[in-house]
Design a protein around this ligand. Structure first.
Ligand code: HEM
Length: 498
């Protein structure tokens, strides 16, 4: 039965694509579109995407230039890999490019895309959500007010590593820092833990969020042939709907509990949930509970893996570069004291640690591309027309590894930032791991506290060695790409006493 449906779908697709191709090709040819490889009928350039699109697109960029056009099925995709063009899009033409996101079909599940700050158009709801995130949640003063929560969570990571240190066992460092990142966020958002170091049993929430991420990163025919949306041939949206329902149910429970507490004890301002509830109460009609819940869910999706992967890549790089590890430890010893506990406020006094974090984000950016943008009109960039509604991908990965921008770009060398003004905060377009413009990552201030805090605490509390039988050169730096770029093989490390 399934094969009959697929055959019918493919035949329909073929006929429609052929008609559309004939109808539109004459119109497209009149525009000066960016260069790119010749598309095949129906599939376009899909055969050139490969399993690691960021690498395939970078290779194509070397042939066709820093702005290329690919026809991925029926979706015109523009890939940018130059700082000046990224600047034109993210700064000069930002209103045209930042208004609408290219939304993967998986995000249509449970109408997620209609409510979350990540996916909704830059309308009045989005402005309110960004205002809450910038002022009530991620502002310096707010982050400072709940830094004790994060401090405690990092101390739990250290205690967990301390147990391995006592019995000489190894730690899958990626998993450990993932749990810390999840608890850092769940405490910042709900004042509760979502992960447990001592049990492999994942919480229902974490599992469901993880399944949403897995489904979202699977290649989905609907994203290339939107005409298939209603059919959802791979069932990705259906599966995501189930997972969204689970997560939203858990959130409903937490929210009801909090509303009860507020009834009994009055308002408070201790975590993200409090801030959202206060804002909704104070600004009736601006955003509703759907916006709050779907945005909170995306804070977990956007903020957990990104932060833990950066820390994991950082530990791997430090193990492979003992000279850099030694220099970082010396700085910590001089400024904080050997084995002493680090706080978020200390990071301002640790310039070398900050250079390490920039170098991690340059060579291993959280995601391969910025979140897709769709221009709301035809727009000329760098002399080429980017058609309205095309999917625009800015490759942070290609920018960070471009030899014309960075000396020996594949070398991990934090010193390159020592006497440099280049920063990750969206002003230097060769280094934009958090994006830039109106849709820059609102969680950046939190991430820039969490990564150095976790990394600095790990290396100031222990000496690190490889699991028995391994040497640092054995660390496999292969990438696994989904929404984020993770280590395909998390290194096994052993903490030793200082
Ligand atoms: C958006 C990177 C951590 C929440 C983004 C974007 C990038 C990014 C590249 C898209 C920006 C653009 O399109 O211009 C990162 C990296 C992180 C990180 C590399 C850590 C290493 C976080 C954290 C949170 C967060 C900790 C919150 C808890 C968001 C949200 C958006 C976003 C809500 C959507 C913004 C919008 O569309 O208006 N992030 N992020 N991120 N990030 Fe992050």
């Amino acid at each position: 039965m399934d094969s009959i449906i697929i055959t019918i779908v493919i035949s329909l697709l073929f006929a429609l694509t052929l008609l559309q191709t004939i109808f539109f090709s004459s119109r497209k040819n009149k525009k000066n579109l960016p260069p790119g490889p010749t598309p095949f009928p129906i599939i376009g350039n899909l055969h050139q995407v490969g399993s690691q699109p960021h690498k395939s697109f970078t290779k194509l960029g070397k042939i066709y230039g820093p702005i290329i056009r690919l026809e991925l099925g029926r979706v015109t995709t523009i890939v940018i890999s130059s700082p000046s063009i990224a600047k034109e899009i993210l700064q000069k033409q930002d209103p045209i490019f930042s208004a609408v996101r290219g939304v993967p079909d998986a995000m249509h599940a449970s109408n997620h895309f209609k409510y979350s700050a990540v996916w909704i158009p830059a309308n009045s709801h989005w402005r309110s959500l960004r205002k809450i995130l910038a002022t009530n949640i991620f502002s310096n003063s707010r982050l400072e007010a709940n830094q004790h929560l994060r401090f405690k969570k990092v101390q739990e990571l250290i205690a967990f590593c301390g147990k391995s240190c006592e019995n000489g066992s190894s730690i899958k460092i990626g998993e450990a820092v993932f749990r810390t990142s999840l608890n850092l966020l769940s405490n910042t958002i709900f004042s509760t833990d979502f992960a447990d170091y001592y049990s492999t049993k994942a919480t229902e929430f974490k599992d469901a969020v993880w399944n949403i991420v897995l489904n979202t990163t699977k290649p989905n025919m609907v994203d290339f042939f939107p005409i298939l949306r209603k059919i959802d041939p791979q069932g990705i949206r259906r599966r995501c709907s189930g997972e969204f329902k689970k997560v939203l149910k858990i959130m409903d429970g937490l929210i009801s509990e909090r509303l009860e507490q507020r009834k009994a004890n009055g308002r408070r301002s201790e975590d993200v949930l409090d801030e959202f509830l206060n804002y909704i109460e104070d600004h009736p009609g601006e955003i509703d509970f759907y916006h709050m819940k779907h945005t909170i869910l995306d804070l977990f999706i956007a903020g957990t893996d990104t932060t833990s992967s950066s820390t994991e890549w950082g530990m791997a790089e430090l193990m492979r570069h003992p000279d850099i590890m030694k220099k970082a430890k010396c700085e910590l010893e001089d400024v904080i004291g050997k084995g002493k506990t680090i706080t978020e406020n200390d990071v301002a006094r640790l310039p070398y640690l900050r250079c390490i974090v920039k170098e991690i984000l340059r060579i291993h950016p959280g995601g391969p591309f910025l979140v897709p943008r769709k221009p709301t009109e035809d727009v000329v960039v760098h002399g080429y027309t980017i058609p309205k509604d095309s999917n625009v991908l800015i490759s942070t990965w290609a920018l960070g590894r471009d030899p014309s921008l960075w000396q020996n770009p594949l070398e991990f060398r934090p010193e390159r930032f020592e006497n440099s003004e280049v920063d990750v905060r969206g002003h230097n377009f060769e280094l934009i791991p958090f994006g830039a413009g109106r849709r820059i990552c609102p969680g950046m201030p939190l991430a820039l506290k969490m990564i150095p805090l976790m990394l600095g605490s790990l290396i100031n509390t222990f000496n690190w060695t490889m699991a028995p039988g391994m040497i640092p050169e054995d660390i496999n730096m292969e990438e696994e790409v989904g929404l984020t770029i993770q280590m395909a093989h998390s290194p096994l490390l052993v903490p030793l006493p200082l």
